[in-house]
Design a protein around this ligand. Sequence first.
Ligand code: NDP
Length: 342
Amino acid sequence: TRVLLTGGSGFIAAHTLDVLLKRGHSVVTTVRTQEKADKIKVDHEKEVESGQLSFSIVPDIAQEGAFDKAVVSDPPFEAVLHTASPFHFNVTDVQKDLLDPAIIGTTGILKSIKKSAPSVKHVVITSSFAAIIDGAKGSNPGHTYSEKDWNPITHQEALENPSNGYRASKTFAEKAAWDFLEKEKPNFTVSTINPPLVFGPIVHALDSLDNLNTSNQRILWAVQGKWKDEIAPTGVYSWVDVRDVAEAHVAAFEKPEAANKRFFVVAGFFSNKEVAAIIRKNFSEYKDKLPTESTPGGDYPEGDQFYETALKKVLKVPRRKSLKGMDGAEKTSAGSIPFSRP
Ligand code: NDP
């Protein structure tokens, strides 16, 4: 299948690109600059040479019409995987830095496809558990989150702080995609992949640890000694392996039954305290930097009272080993990605 993958320089997208290429798909990936394309080329020389992989430069997805050129290719695209969206909290203007690129990026690519790429049959969008979880309800004991849930966050709440801003950006962008499908009745299906916190190996070009992607940062903080006196609050207790998220993106357009559904892909629960304990057990070289068993903070809520997640298995993708070295994580793995109907 001829596939367009947006944001190829990202943490999740780099794994998705690997899966696409391994499965024999022909891929064009968008990146913001030629330098970023050159870095991906280094890891995929063979595929670039054979023509299986090429690049399209899209500097800013928040611009109207940003994808107009990228969606047109010869041979034409059949599937589009839209992963590009800001996930960081280093923002001065929530609207401009988070909401606009997420929302305009999503509606923009759907408009460009409808207008200029009639051959596209499937669009897969990276949404998030952020579009599902109701942050105002805190740890929400007694509730089971599933694809039926929507984060009820408002635009006003979005502007209150970067964390709200990010969650709202994912919520509004995903809503805009489903609205587009309903109103515009395009020629393509839409599937969304909604992962909670994504952990796993880095396969994309990373020039500095300062630029480590947001979800892996807490592991870095632990080994840098930032949790030595107190472990940071966990915040969200669900996680999934990046390799499973990548598989899910590809399965979502390869399998017809995935059309027009959202998929809350979840492996299990974790706490920052467990993250620290797993590193302590497996990486003795960080002993001096790490918190001890009695360091306060980072635990599950009192009495393990927090939300549940629905684990229904509908579509199976191959099961991965959990985080390398994070053997504790295996215990909470569901055994397969729990795809379920919305
Ligand atoms: P990364 O920060 O590694 O990837 C984000 C990608 O989006 C990068 O390629 C980035 O390009 C691109 N991007 C951001 N803003 C723009 C813009 N204005 N114009 C063009 N490109 C842009 O993070 P992840 O891989 O974690 O995130 C990928 C997707 O997964 C996002 O949609 C995110 O919301 C979603 N997600 C991630 C989770 C996680 O825990 N990691 C959990 C749930 C969802 P560049 O690097 O050049 O800035």
